[in-house]
Design a binder for this molecule. Sequence first.
Ligand SMILES: [Cu+2]
Length: 174
Amino acid sequence: MNISFPCATRMAIVSALCLSVFALRMVPAAAHDDGMAGMAMGHAHADAFSFGSPAKPSDASRTIRITMGDMSFEPSSISVQAGEVVRFVITNTSSIEHEFNLGDAASEADHRKEMLAMMEHGHGMSHDDPNAITVKPGQTRDLTWKFGHHGTLEYDCNIPGHYEGGMRGSIRVQ
Ligand SMILES: [Cu+2]
């Protein structure tokens, strides 16, 4: 309302200018709304993780190679030291896309619900989060993580049906 009053009292050219200012004001507002809606529908993760934090590959003290099979991770269990920075190098040897998602039992269960909802709404499920990567058939990707002090963590594929089909791994943090 504060910009419509001066517009009405001035010449047409000034009104046009006011309109364009109004349009400029609307664009960021609309983009912002879309962004928020997208976050609500997709992955609205907090920046902090209770089970560690993302790290740079150059800070890793060890590399662990993991192979994704048709419905499996090899190896399916690993041990790490509390506070250790590990670079995971993950190769997908199967013919379908898989996910490597690090977390605790609760975060993994939440993520499976999200993935199911994304599938039901017709969204693609390829995405990268700080604690997760999607690996296409034949692809090798890496993810580096600094572990905290949690006792037991997991690396799961939360594409609907895959965890249930056996795509789960366990991490003992000791
Ligand atoms: Cu999978």
